[in-house]
Design a protein around this ligand. Structure first.
Ligand code: UFG
Length: 339
């Protein structure tokens, strides 16, 4: 059986990917420092798949601990690297923490791969590397724009680290550039667990719907979009998780066409903030309390993916609709409330 290290496997996208990997016959080892996730997630993965993943809690930014991990696990077929800090605003207040964590953990993993002959890595990247693209939909060939945040810059730098490392060592990499992942597992056993006040739109909406927040602030309605609110390409987290299994198999089976290979993971559809609110109201039967406020600093106005390359090359396509995304996010919020 293929043994896979999933870093950040207790997190939002990581936990959904662990489920898909286990359901596809992979043996999973999770490394997570639980800085932004809860240990209970492992039990919930177990409840879904019937398999409890092997788990180790340590910080991958620590070179000694990471090197030690690799001496104990020499038979890995590949790595999916999610573990990273991801809050855009926080990265502007603590840039060094972001660079240290996000860059060092990748470097330490690559060192271990080099030393132990582990050749395959799937890296979590982001559409944030494109900034506000000149052309929409944005393809994988669009250039990196100057980063809007230290967080975005770490994703650009990590992709650069991969690019030069695969040239020098027998490592094969796929970078997956996520658009906006939302929603939760249909079991409502795993989902997004924002600590404190959510930064992202959908958890803020569902928390407002359940009564934890008074109202949603809609950041700007004067963008040059049909209804004036900003547009993103929202993708169901389960579709996103399934793409990781496909990408990993492609690496293991040696079918990559370039190295590193880069794929956009989105649906190819852009939705405005108002359309997301309307979808929430449709699936929940509630009226959402919201107010239009000023634009949020650092936000781009609109982005959605050209998914042609991922669809054709990976043979993968995001299938779940916006209403399914919002309904699953709402079921998850209600399940959390009931716990
Ligand atoms: N928004 C609101 N009110 C809120 C929160 C968000 O109106 O309370 C709006 C934002 O202004 C934006 C849209 O909803 O127009 C989506 O915002 P999110 O914060 O959910 O997502 P972003 O597109 O800003 O950021 C996401 C991830 C980042 C990632 C980035 C680009 O959070 O990690 O996409 O890849 F880097």
């Amino acid at each position: 059986m293929n043994k896979i290290l999933v870093t950040g496997g207790a997190g939002y996208i990581g936990s959904h990917t662990v489920v898909e990997l286990q359901q596809n016959g992979f043996e999973v080892i999770i490394v997570d420092n639980l800085s932004n996730s809860l240990i209970e997630v492992l039990d919930n993965i177990h409840s879904i798949t019937g398999i409890k993943p092997h788990f180790e809690q340590f910080d991958l930014a620590d070179p000694r601990l990471t090197a030690d991990f690799f001496t104990r696990h020499t038979d890995l077929s590949g790595i999916i690297h999610f573990a990273a800090y991801k809050a855009v605003g926080e990265s502007m207040e603590k840039p060094l923490g972001y660079y240290r964590n996000n860059l060092m953990s990748l470097i330490n993993l690559l060192e271990g791969m080099k030393l132990h002959g582990i050749n395959n890595i799937v890296f979590s990247s982001s559409c944030t590397v494109y900034g506000q693209p000149d052309e929409l939909p944005v393809t994988e060939n669009a250039p990196f724009k100057p980063a809007f945040s230290a967080y975005g810059n770490t994703k650009q730098m990590c992709e650069d680290i991969l690019k030069f490392t695969v040239n020098a060592h027998p490592v094969k990499a796929i970078a997956l550039r996520y658009f906006n992942p939302i929603g939760a597992h249909p079991s409502a056993l795993i989902g997004e667990l924002p600590l404190g006040i959510p930064n992202n739109l959908v958890p803020y909406i569902t928390q407002t719907g359940i009564g934890k927040r008074e109202y949603l602030r809609v950041f700007g309605n004067d963008y040059p979009t049909p209804d004036g609110t900003a547009i993103r390409d929202y993708i169901h987290v389960v579709d996103l998780a399934q793409a990781h299994v496909v990408a990993l198999r492609r690496l293991i089976e040696g079918r990559s066409k370039t190295n590193p290979e880069v794929f956009n993971l989105g649906t190819g559809n852009g939705f405005s903030v108002m359309q997301i609110i309307e979808a929430f109201e449709r699936v929940s039967g509630l009226k959402l309390n919201y107010r239009i406020v000023d634009r949020r600093a650092g936000d781009i106005e609109q982005v959605w993916a050209d998914t042609g390359y991922a669809n054709n090359e990976l043979g993968w396509k995001a299938e779940r609709t916006l209403d399914e995304m919002m309904a699953s996010a709402w079921r998850w919020e209600m399940a959390l409330e009931g716990r």
